[in-house]
Design a protein around this ligand. Structure first.
Ligand code: HEC
Length: 155
């Protein structure tokens, strides 16, 4: 028995076994999920932060609402992951005023143009948004705190 294990060990460590044959057995699922969500962030920065920039300095300089707030509204309307992702995908794939959860930003910024992103990449982006904390611009945090104080902390 021991010698079989030893042989297996040798085989696994052998440089003659091509790396790609070992890839799937040796990488645990959680590591791969982490890679996918990192990819989501890269795609988000590339395709969305040009407009939804979380590093904006003030409310006056933005050209689109911060994604942090969008996520909050979507979570309130669609707490379930599948529904959340479906609704957000549906809007982004073809933005229309009827589909938009919030009408205020359309009045201020105009309707969001359809971004040039493949459905596959878009799926990664919305999964990332659902599963991860989204950066909130500093001025926006300030505004949220003021609102909370005005309403006596009840919201
Ligand atoms: C060219 C600028 C621009 C780009 C790029 C852009 N957006 Fe937007 N987005 C906007 C504007 C402006 C609005 C507000 C008006 C509206 O809702 O259509 C908006 C609104 C949204 C909303 C809220 C829709 C609702 O239901 O009210 C979501 C969600 C959103 N964007 C996600 C994204 C994601 C994810 C990406 C990247 C794939 C992205 N946006 C790329 C400009 C942009």
């Amino acid at each position: 028995m021991i010698s079989i294990l030893f042989l297996l060990q040798l085989l696994v460590n052998s440089p003659e076994v091509p790396a790609k044959d070992l890839e799937f057995t040796s990488s645990p699922i959680d590591i791969r999920e982490e890679l996918i969500s990192d990819e989501g962030l890269v795609l988000l920065q590339k395709h969305c932060y040009s407009c939804h920039n979380p590093r904006s300095k003030s409310h006056d300089e933005i050209i689109a609402p911060p994604l942090w707030g969008m996520k909050k509204h979507y979570l309130e309307a669609y707490p379930e992951k599948a529904e959340f992702e479906k609704a957000m995908m549906n809007f982004i794939q073809n933005p229309t005023e009827e589909k938009a959860l919030m009408k205020g930003p359309i009045k201020r910024f105009g309707l969001m143009p359809k971004p040039a992103v493949s459905n596959e990449d878009l799926q990664k982006i919305v999964s990332y948004i659902y599963a991860n904390e989204i950066e909130n611009p500093a001025w926006h945090i300030e505004k949220d705190n003021q609102k909370k104080n005005k309403s006596g902390g009840l919201r």
